[in-house]
Design a protein around this ligand. Structure first.
Ligand SMILES: [Zn+2]
Length: 359
């Protein structure tokens, strides 16, 4: 009898063990799976660049063009070599075993078509720089001059020609209609003064020159990728005023959308694009709660209509940290994030930066 009992008990113990085992796996996998659902962003690695992206979006791989000159090679990376896109340059010794001492040479890249110098940063591997093919480009043939100065202060130069695709930008002829309230003269004067004061604040914030602050880390500004209004889209604006209970419409006018609108509910997190210094954090008439980050070399990123701002001016931030939340402050129709990038005074396609192997 005892033996029979033992025999009967044996499978029960096994079943109990298996039950505990499956309970254990249920919790472990449950935790892993749930954390995957909760985490809406993920850090991905591209060459030596780490990018925080929403799990529903992946940046496209860049195209690259390589030029050789003397003992050097210059590589230009760009999402698709189209106007509006940000590009990344690296200058490296031509051979794997360089016989050149980096610091003994200076490089200059002059963007002849735009008549601007591209700021270059000295790195352990060579030189790098970030710039933009402005959306205003009219010529598809773009010229650059690459100037190298050797240890004897002798200069040599090479002309580089690049074909840039003059892509068409989106256009919408459905007018965006908004009411322009008629204010009593003293209120109007107050508002005009406020707008003027804020224009001055922006001018000062944009004028500060900082050295390169980019690291090898970048971040999408949201944890969910959904575009509600495309970058550089031409839109029709029209306003009306109510005079004697009647809507009087203005003449419709065209306006270019100089940022990218991303969907978000009030309170959703907004992340910093890259390392930098907050040079403006204020509530403004048009932009609402506005954060402007200076990334050095005249590269800026802006986050508008925020509900909350987590940092004040003069704070240094890292790529991917939460800097505030989505909102509908300022002149905004509904909650969303308006995200802008400026390079040397030109507006740039913000999403094109995530294709670049910045290090
Ligand atoms: Zn916008």
């Amino acid at each position: 009898m005892d033996r029979a009992k033992t025999k009967r008990d044996f499978p029960t113990r096994i079943r109990k063990k298996q039950y505990l085992k499956s309970l254990f796996y249920f919790f472990v996998f449950g935790l892993v799976f749930n954390s995957f659902l909760w985490a809406n962003t993920i850090w991905i690695e591209r060459n030596q660049t780490f990018i925080q992206v929403p799990i529903n979006w992946t940046p496209t791989k860049p195209q690259e063009k390589v030029f050789y000159f003397d003992q050097w090679k210059l590589i230009i990376y760009c999402k698709s070599f189209s106007r509006g896109e940000i590009f990344y340059i690296e200058i490296l010794p031509k051979d794997d075993t360089p016989n050149v001492v980096l610091k003994d040479y200076t490089h200059q890249v002059y963007y002849k078509t735009m008549e601007r110098d591209i700021p270059l940063n000295q790195k352990s591997f060579g030189y790098n720089g970030i710039y933009v093919f402005p959306p205003e480009l009219k010529e598809s043939k773009n010229k650059f001059i690459w100037i190298i100065q050797n240890p004897n202060k002798e200069k040599i130069q090479k002309e580089i020609e690049l074909n840039i695709y003059l892509r068409e930008f989106p256009y919408s002829d459905t007018p965006l209609i908004f009411e322009k309230k008629i204010l009593p003269p003293e209120k109007q004067k107050e508002l005009d003064e406020r707008i003027e004061k804020e224009r001055e604040m922006k001018k000062i914030a944009f004028s500060e020159n900082l050295p390169n602050l980019f690291s090898n880390r970048l971040s999408h500004p949201r944890d969910f990728h959904y575009i509600t209004s495309e970058w550089y889209k031409t839109r029709i604006h029209q306003y009306y005023q109510i005079i004697n209970k009647k809507k009087i419409f203005s003449q419709p006018y065209k306006s270019i959308h100089r940022g990218l609108d991303l969907k978000g509910n009030t309170g959703d997190i907004v992340y910093a694009l890259a390392d930098g210094k907050i040079v403006l954090s204020a509530e403004m008439y048009y932009e609402g709660n506005f954060i402007l980050i200076n990334h050095g070399n005249k590269i800026f990123s802006g986050y508008m209509h925020l509900n909350e701002r987590y940092y004040s001016e003069n704070t240094y931030v890292k790529a991917g940290i939460p800097i505030g939340t989505v909102g509908a402050t300022g002149l905004a129709i509904g909650s969303h994030l308006h995200f802008s990038v400026w390079i040397d005074g030109f507006v740039a396609d913000p999403l094109s930066i995530y294709s670049l192997p910045i290090r």
